[in-house]
Design a protein around this ligand. Structure first.
Ligand code: G6P
Length: 620
């Protein structure tokens, strides 16, 4: 939510900043801006709208130098106007800042600053920070009765941060120190790219790819002072920190579209590979179990666990629901799936025998992070199922499992969901084999899992069929998604995908619950998507389909190849390969992802950048 970039070195700063902002646009795309150090002032270019519009503005009014900061915004305080775009200037332009996060006490600070004569040009919480820094800078300069130097600027930042309540990742430029960027974080991520005679700053590592693979993840309460030849990091209370440089293993191709028109389609088609990556090296064929190395708990500790809590938001929460079914079936472990936004403020009875897992693609979701910290505070081991290596949740968790899905850039999550489900299947197998699950049962699960990349490849063959069905249904304005057992979370996820990128109202329900309310919505204008592959309690779901048909509701079914009965009832059928019940979420999600993609295209929606959403929600 909001993306920040910064650069100091020898390259043309506008190009580096604009390219970085393009790469971070998934974090927010309401407006964008850059601030660039000029000889005697800080020049700002900013525009409401996408980064492309900012690029056009910079083309018309170029600014050049070797030091600058930039921002792509997801609006929290104030509408999406040019004035509310970042960077914001403080005082009379002595300082420029970009900010990711929310300043909760901005209102009272704003009043105090206005009383002191500061004039506000925007409605944002961020401008308060800019003026506050300028105020402390002036105060410090008066005290020192000298021109502000780097130490004075740093002190002004520290004094400002002491007065802020909320979350922030901040980068600041100072007119008086043209060869310096100061960055600080509390709650919002910041990573520093370390090059030769140059440094990069960004909300995540994607803007650094292709420039440097050496990175330093700034921790909460750390402040970094960057100059072309030096990087100094200090913790706000404990003092100087020896930066730990880590190596990125991403390459430019991971974040390029290649031959695909959209990231979402690219990521849907990457799923055979991303699932293979999630499985790689994680089978112990000899013991019929999974290899899960990173939990940092002994087998004895894991055997004493008697309950699991999975916490997440959005699509990751849906993956958690599949996880609940898997953990209860394979490991007989009572499992609860909690919205992180609820868990963080509740006080559920979690004991030292409860395993708490945060599931998150980005590793930065504010609610998930807060829920994890809350559990940690109470002394529970906190584990993460996470995609982004080095993200805040990955670093703060006591242990966990990476997805290895590669960067997911489309705002609507696709490959991360199937990778999360894959990893949860491995986890359930692993914990199951420590309990009641037999060796032959474990072997069978492994055999089925190994076939999944191939099965997903087969499932993707429905693409053309889905395109035709999307064509037929794209003008409907309400949809129901219905499934049972393992396919109930798939129904929820299918409905969420349609809402997110097509702006069509869709509800996911357990198929049998339909009779208790949603059936009242059924008419000729409300198609129902039934996820009804063979196996389990399929006959019951078929009865639910009949009930919808009897009320003239159009029915689209996701079914197993060659299922004549479903073909007889449904108006349209999309077929998926036959897999065991617990693996059906993986294959059945594919047509639903493709359906929402094509409907969104047909309705002229921006598939990769849906309105009002952001990929990484770093505010509450
Ligand atoms: C946002 C994204 C969703 C995502 C959710 C949780 O709402 O738009 O696609 O599922 O955040 O994100 P996480 O990174 O924690 O999985």
């Amino acid at each position: 939510m909001c993306g920040i970039v910064g650069y100091i070195g020898f390259r043309s700063v506008s190009d580096v900043l604009l390219e970085g902002l393009h790469r971070l646009e998934y974090r927010g795309y309401d407006s964008a801006g850059i601030a660039v150090m000029q000889e005697d002032h800080i020049a700002v270019r900013k525009r409401a709208g996408r980064v492309n519009e900012l690029s056009q503005a910079v083309k018309l009014h170029p600014v050049e130098s070797k030091v600058g900061i930039g921002h792509t915004r997801w609006a929290t305080h104030g509408e999406t106007t040019d004035e509310n775009s970042h960077p914001h200037l403080g005082g009379n332009g002595e300082v420029a800042i970009v900010h990711n996060g929310v300043i909760e006490n901005y209102d009272s600070l704003r009043n105090q600053l206005m009383e002191m004569g500061y004039v506000f040009k925007s409605q944002t919480d961020t401008e308060v920070v800019a003026h506050l820094i300028a105020h402390h800078l002036a105060e410090q300069t008066r005290l020192d009765s000298e021109e502000p130097c780097v130490a004075t600027c740093l002190r002004a930042i520290e004094l400002t941060l002491d007065r802020l309540k909320g979350t922030f990742g901040i980068c600041a430029l100072f007119q008086s120190c043209p060869e310096t960027i100061i960055a600080a974080r509390s709650g919002s991520p910041l990573v520093i790219g370390v090059g030769k005679d140059e440094f990069f700053l960004a909300s995540d590592a994607s803007p650094l790819i292709g420039y440097t693979s050496d990175v330093v993840y700034l921790a909460d309460n750390e402040i970094a002072v960057l100059e072309p030849n030096s990087m100094k990091i200090a913790h706000r209370t404990t003092g100087s920190v020896q930066p730990s440089i880590q190596t990125l293993d991403q390459v430019s191709a991971d974040i390029e579209l290649g031959d695909f028109p959209h990231y979402m389609l690219k990521e849907i088609f990457e799923q055979p590979q991303s699932i293979a990556n999630a499985l790689r090296g994680r089978f112990d064929d000899g013991e019929g179990t999974a290899v899960i190395g990173g939990l940092n708990l002994t087998a004895q500790q894991l055997r004493t666990i008697d309950r699991v809590v999975l916490t997440a938001c959005g699509t990751s929460w849906h993956a958690g629901l599949v996880g609940e079914y898997l953990l209860e079936e394979f490991a007989r472990l009572p499992t609860e799936v909690e919205y992180a936004s609820e868990l963080r403020y509740r006080n559920p009875p979690i004991t030292d025998r409860t395993l708490v897992f945060s599931i998150t693609q980005s590793g930065e979701t504010a609610d998930t992070l807060a829920a994890m910290r809350e559990c940690k505070r109470k002394g529970h081991p906190t584990l993460a199922i996470c995609n982004v290596v080095g993200s805040t949740i990955a670093r703060e968790a006591d242990g966990g499992i990476y997805l290895h899905a590669g960067p997911e850039i489309g705002v609507a999550s696709t490959k991360a969901f199937t990778s999360q489900v894959t990893v949860l299947t491995l986890l359930a197998l692993y914990l199951g084999r420590m309990r009641h699950l037999s060796y032959p049962a474990g072997k069978r699960i492994i055999k089925q899992l190994k076939m999944m990349p191939e099965k997903i490849e087969e499932a993707l063959k429905c693409h053309e069929q889905v395109q035709e069905i999307a064509d037929k249904y794209s003008q409907f304005n309400n949809f129901l998604y219905l499934g049972r057992l393992y396919n109930f979370p798939v129904a929820l996820e299918g409905a969420l995908k349609l809402k997110e990128i097509s702006y069509i109202h869709a509800e996911g329900y357990p198929a049998a619950e339909m009779k208790h309310g949603p059936i009242a919505l059924v008419d000729e204008q409300t198609p129902s998507f039934f996820i009804v592959p063979r196996g389990g309690i399929q006959p019951k779901v078929i009865s639910n389909m009949e009930e919808v048909k009897a009320r003239k509701g159009p029915v689209i079914a996701v079914a197993t190849e060659g299922d004549r009965e479903v073909e007889r009832i449904a108006d349209d059928v999309i077929t998926v390969p036959d897999v065991e019940d617990y693996l059906q979420p993986l294959v059945c999600s594919i047509p639903l992802q493709l359906f929402s993609y094509h409907v969104a295209l047909l309705r002229g929606c921006n598939v990769d950048r849906p309105r009002n959403l952001a990929k990484s929600v770093t505010v509450e």
